[in-house]
Design a protein around this ligand. Structure first.
Ligand code: DQA
Length: 141
């Protein structure tokens, strides 16, 4: 199985960005941990990060026919991006939406997601363990 992990805007700053909310692991730490975790399930995991909405749309489009699923933390674009929603609708790639923080305990603008209703599943508030659980969910499906 081939999976793609996509992290959206500001997630390149993990480790230094609001550590009380997002933890102290860097994105590199998280990606390495997940690649190793995926390997245990005989899954090949590739990782992408972009701060740009159009790049995220292109990454999703170009993944069509190449991956069996996407694990995505869309960052703030979760709450704004119809374009990203449309990319998932267009490609029909199954995806799991992950948020490190529990967005429902935060500002009300974070309670809306343009992706959740079309996602295979949504994991919030479990920190980086959420990404691992998303890999497990694909492995067991
Ligand atoms: C986030 C939650 C979003 O509201 C925020 O904009 C992020 C990170 C999370 O992982 O908790 O950038 O997706």
């Amino acid at each position: 199985m081939n999976l793609l992990l996509i992290n959206g805007p500001n997630l390149n700053m993990l480790g230094t960005r609001e550590p009380k909310v997002y933890g102290s692991e860097t994105l590199k730490d998280v990606e390495s941990m997940l690649i190793a975790h995926a390997m245990q399930h005989e899954i090949v995991l590739k990782c992408e990060q972009s701060n740009a909405e159009h790049e995220l749309v292109t990454i999703v489009q170009q993944s069509m026919g190449k991956v069996d699923g996407i694990i995505i933390n869309p960052g703030a674009y979760t709450h704004t991006s119809i374009a990203l929603r449309d990319a998932f609708l267009a490609t029909q790639i199954p995806f799991i939406e992950v948020h490190l923080s529990n967005v429902y305990q935060r500002e009300t603008f974070r309670h809306t997601s343009y992706l959740s209703d079309i996602a295979k599943g949504v994991i919030v508030g479990l920190g980086t363990n959420g990404y691992k659980l998303a890999v497990d969910a694909f492995a067991n499906s």
